[in-house]
Write a new protein. Structure first.
Length: 649
């Protein structure tokens, strides 16, 4: 009887030899090699099996290809999709989409990412309209049934002019003290707190008052239900007051005016009401719709009435959210903590945030490892309007980033990697050594077209505020470009970037590491240090105009490490210290540094060797240090310095 080899039959049927061997098994014949022969009757059975398989595959292909119709179906293209995910979204077999991509000249694989343009063309071919969206929009637009919505606490933002008493008002409400710790008495970044009173719960966002934080204030208004506008009764409507009104109006948020400092001499609440009418805030007493409350934050006058007004306005707005869905939150603050990693303060907008929830936030992903409420207590879940501190990020997000809980860790990492790649591509570009003193000269000579700066601050909110303010500085010959901004100490990588980019480093409430100081000196990179933001902004403006005031430079006198804490009656906390280098001098300026972050700047009030008070202590000796700040800890660094006027060039 005539025989045929596996290889010959495979060529005849246009399939692989392995396919023939597999079909032979189905009819009970064991073939092992492509050169092995089979009888003609076996070959006929295999021909029939291969023919049936081909017909079945053709039927499946036809059924997976949609018939053309006039109805255009919409496919949501979230961030970036793989070919397989895109095919599934259209209800097609992946090989059908792959074939169409090949027809377009793209040799893609099933797990390869497909871009939006290619997806649009392929989708149109199959009768689909592809719409670009992202996970934040998807989460925000998710429809909520009325039956699932439940009342939630109001989120209140305190706004107003610098020094009008915003932080003091919040301190009085939550019975704590923040204002006196802030440099220059100004709140430097957003904090979120929850206050429980007899009639209900209120969440407060404490936004900074200076105009440099206008962008952060706008972010605060994104989640805000009510704005308390604080105006000092002895001062009146100021530029930042007007700015705060505009932010609240843009966000469509009702304003309750707190006329503060009614107990001080010269207070005139009626004058405040009169001035605010020019900006559309007319008191209810005068026939308008704006609630005015006369208060004294320091004397605790009128605070209860103000809180009752908050809950009344909230009741009228019928604030509700669905607590039984994946959480959508907003980051109000973020920082890098040496012991805990990246930490962010967030406010839950919708849903309930739970332990171990996977999430994506900005370009970063993570899983909720720990949550703390406004009072530092560890909690397992947080419902709508709740401010919490969250651990578990794989990087420091930006203030204002949306925090969205996703289905699983894999999805969170996928979205994070896609966003990081987009961020990297956007950041590519040319980078062009410079001091603040010679900026104006270089502008006049036409050398400087871009003033490049690197911003380092204690928290991301401050970085964003400085960046936004700098980019608003207008000059016809030069623009300010922030090439990098991050929270944490200035390190060697920052200096290296400054060298490559010909940039100056602006430091806000942070210090460079010892290695960074050495590298900056070697590479002649200028590091400008500030503790109040508008001084920083002012310096850049005046440098560009060529009108810098006399320069004062810090001269570091010495450093000491606190190794033991003593509490002395009638005196306070004393730090048993070891002088690392230089000399500490009594009554000189000093700053307290913890993990390279400036915690406090003030005066070195006392200096002791054993029981004797001394004027100075040199390196290598132990001493007792007292500063006008009580919250000192072991391993803190006390840095003594003085300001020396530098002769201008």
């Amino acid at each position: 009887m005539k025989k045929i080899t596996v290889k010959e039959l495979a060529a005849e049927l246009r399939v692989s030899p392995n396919n023939i061997i597999d079909k032979a098994k189905e009819v009970g014949i064991r073939l092992k090699r492509s050169s092995e022969s089979m009888k003609e009757d076996v070959a006929t059975q295999i021909r029939n099996l291969v023919s049936e398989s081909k017909k079945k595959a053709e039927i499946e292909k036809k059924s997976s290809t949609p018939a053309k119709s006039d109805e255009v179906k919409v496919v949501s293209f979230m961030e970036t999709l793989t070919v397989k995910e895109f095919a599934e979204a259209m209800g097609l077999a992946p090989n059908v989409v792959l074939q169409e991509l090949i027809n377009l000249g793209s040799m893609a694989t099933i797990n390869e990412l497909i871009n939006f343009d290619a997806a649009s063309i392929v989708g149109e071919h199959f009768g689909f309209k592809v719409e670009l969206t992202n996970i934040e929009e998807e989460a925000e637009e998710e429809e909520e049934e009325e039956i699932n919505l439940k009342p939630r606490p109001p989120i209140v933002t305190i706004m107003g002019h610098v020094d009008h008493g915003k932080t003091t008002l919040l301190d009085t409400i939550r019975k704590s003290s923040v204002a006196e710790k802030e440099a220059g008495g100004i709140t430097q970044h957003i904090g979120a707190y929850q206050v429980v009173i007899q009639k209900g719960t209120i969440t407060f966002i404490d936004t900074p008052g200076h105009e440099a934080f206008s962008q952060m204030r706008a972010r605060g208004a994104q989640v805000t239900d009510i704005v308390i506008l604080v105006v000092a009764a002895d001062d009146g409507v100021m530029p930042q007051t007007i700015e705060a009104i505009n932010h609240a109006k843009d966000a469509g948020v009702p304003i309750v005016v707190a006329v503060n400092k009614i107990d001080v001499e010269g207070a005139n609440p009626e004058k405040i009401k009169q001035e605010l009418t020019a900006h559309g805030l007319v008191s209810e007493e005068w026939g308008g719709e704006t609630i005015f409350c006369e208060v004294s934050a320091k004397q605790n006058i009128g605070i209860d009435q103000l809180l009752e007004m908050m809950l009344l306005v909230a009741e009228m707005k019928e604030l509700k959210a669905n607590p039984d869905r994946r959480a959508v939150c907003l980051v109000t603050e973020a920082k890098l903590d040496k012991g805990r990693g990246a930490v962010a303060t967030i406010i839950v907008k919708k849903g309930t945030l739970k332990m171990s929830d996977p999430f994506v936030c900005g370009i970063y992903s993570g899983k909720v490892r720990a949550m703390f409420d406004a009072y530092g207590k560890k909690i397992k879940e947080a419902g709508p309007s709740t401010p919490v501190e969250v651990l578990g990020f794989d990087g420091v997000p930006g203030a204002g980033d949306t925090f969205v809980v996703v289905e699983n860790d894999k999805e969170a990492r996928r979205l994070s990697l896609i966003r990081q790649e987009k961020h990297r591509v956007r950041g590519l570009g040319s980078r062009t050594l410079i001091t603040l003193e010679d900026i104006h000269q270089q502008i006049e000579e036409g050398v400087l077209k871009e003033l490049k700066v690197i911003i380092k601050a204690d928290v991301m909110g401050s970085v964003q505020a400085i960046k936004d303010s700098l980019e608003k500085i207008e000059n016809p010959e030069v623009e300010v470009k922030v090439i990098h901004g991050s929270a944490g100490a200035i390190n060697e990588a920052d200096i290296t970037l400054a060298v490559a980019a010909n940039a100056i480093i602006l430091a806000f409430s942070v210090r460079p590491t010892d290695q960074a100081i050495q590298l900056a000196a070697k590479e002649k990179i200028e590091i400008r240090q500030y503790s109040v933001i508008y001084h920083l902004i002012s310096d850049i403006q005046t440098a560009m105009e060529g009108m810098l005031d006399p320069v004062y430079e810090e001269e570091i006198l010495g450093k000491a490490e606190i190794r033991q804490i003593f509490s002395v009656p009638k005196i306070g906390v004393i730090g048993g210290s070891y002088v690392l280098d230089g000399t500490l001098v009594r009554d000189c300026s000093a700053r307290l540094i913890r993990d390279n972050i400036v915690i406090y700047t003030g005066t070195l009030t006392s200096l002791n060797r054993f029981k004797d008070s001394v004027k100075e202590v040199s390196a290598g000796f132990e001493c007792g240090i007292g500063i006008d700040y009580q919250d000192i800890k072991e391993k803190d660094i006390v840095e003594a310095f003085k300001m020396v006027e530098i002769e201008r060039k």
